[in-house]
Ligand binder design. Structure first.
Ligand SMILES: Cc1ncc(COP(=O)(O)O)c(C=O)c1O
Length: 297
């Protein structure tokens, strides 16, 4: 399995005793049950998210796999893997859930051209390019070479090769470029040509992208419930923050007692926590979840 694929996955450290909604603090209450979710709140959140335009681009639900051998090898808690690498269509990964919501908004707004950004080998950019091809939209990728040097192989192969195969226009910029500004300049240029540009932020991590991961939180908890897995903690990668913010928003809206731990791919702990919290509040607001239900811990 590739490193990038592995990062896409959400790992679940779980205890296998009980069933449904039950427990408290995972550290101090090791043997007790964890409440996965409040079923009434589950119905409410589902109804709220149904109101969002959603292109359902991903193959869902993705599998929840018990890593029995790894759990035994490590001799610790049982580990489950949420295989969001299997969302499909253009290579899959977590970004496709987010793009289902964000690109639905783009189509509603009459977009002809999609602009987004990422590092040179960005998975998000590759997935945006693939979905633009699927939806017959023109894709523009503002890519930042975050490496110190220009390496032709890095600039031209892998995801960049696929971006071009999917028909995207690729614009390369050096490390430290203000890519947000570059996207805005490009949008202005496209408007002058009579196009309707729509900018998707890096990682599709805005309120809509996060809402997709609030939906993923419901999917995860329902799977754990039906598998009778009393999960204590969800561990996920966190970069542009949409994944963790959405999961946090979903877990809190469902009154879940399952903890959430993000492993930052780039930023320092405090900065990343702030980013996740701010986006979770915005996502909650957009979904219609009272702000007081969202806390930083
Ligand atoms: C492969 C992969 N999975 C997951 C994530 C985290 O998702 P998000 O960008 O929504 O924080 C990242 C972020 O860098 C990533 O590179």
């Amino acid at each position: 399995m590739q490193k990038t694929q592995l990062l896409f996955l959400l790992a679940f450290i779980a205890q296998l005793y009980s069933q449904v909604p039950v427990q408290a603090n995972p550290q101090s209450d090791k043997g007790k049950n964890v409440r996965l979710y409040d079923p009434l709140k589950m119905d409410k959140l589902k109804a709220k998210l149904k109101k969002f335009p959603n292109l359902q681009l991903a193959d869902l639900p993705t599998p929840m796999i018990h890593l029995a051998n790894l759990s035994q090898h490590l001799g610790g808690p049982q580990i489950y893997l949420k295989s969001d690498n299997l969302t499909g269509h253009g290579g899959g990964g977590n970004k496709l859930r987010k793009l289902s919501y964000v690109m639905a908004d783009a189509l509603e707004k009459g977009a002809t051209d999609i602009i987004t950004t990422g590092a040179t080998q960005s998975n998000h950019s590759r997935m945006t390019a693939s979905q633009c091809a699927r939806l017959s939209l023109k894709c523009h990728l503002v890519l930042e070479n975050r490496r110190a040097n220009y390496e032709p192989k890095h600039i031209n192969s892998g995801n960049v090769f696929l971006d071009k195969l999917f028909g995207a226009s690729v614009y390369h910029f050096k490390k430290g470029t203000d890519t947000k500004k570059e996207m805005e300049l490009l949008a202005e240029e496209l408007k002058k040509q009579g196009k309707v540009p729509y900018i998707i932020p890096g990682g599709a991590s805005n309120e809509l992208g996060a809402a997709a991961y609030a939906e993923a939180a419901m999917e995860i908890l329902e799977q754990l419930n039906s598998m009778q897995v009393n999960a204590r903690i969800i561990v996920s990668a966190t970069g542009s923050a949409g994944t963790q913010s959405g999961l946090a928003t979903g877990l809190q809206a469902l009154a879940s007692e399952v903890s959430l731990l993000g492993i930052s791919t780039k930023d320092q702990k405090l900065a990343q926590e702030e980013k996740v919290f701010e986006l979770a509040k915005k996502a909650a607001d957009r979904i219609g979840i009272p702000q007081n239900e969202i806390n930083r811990n």
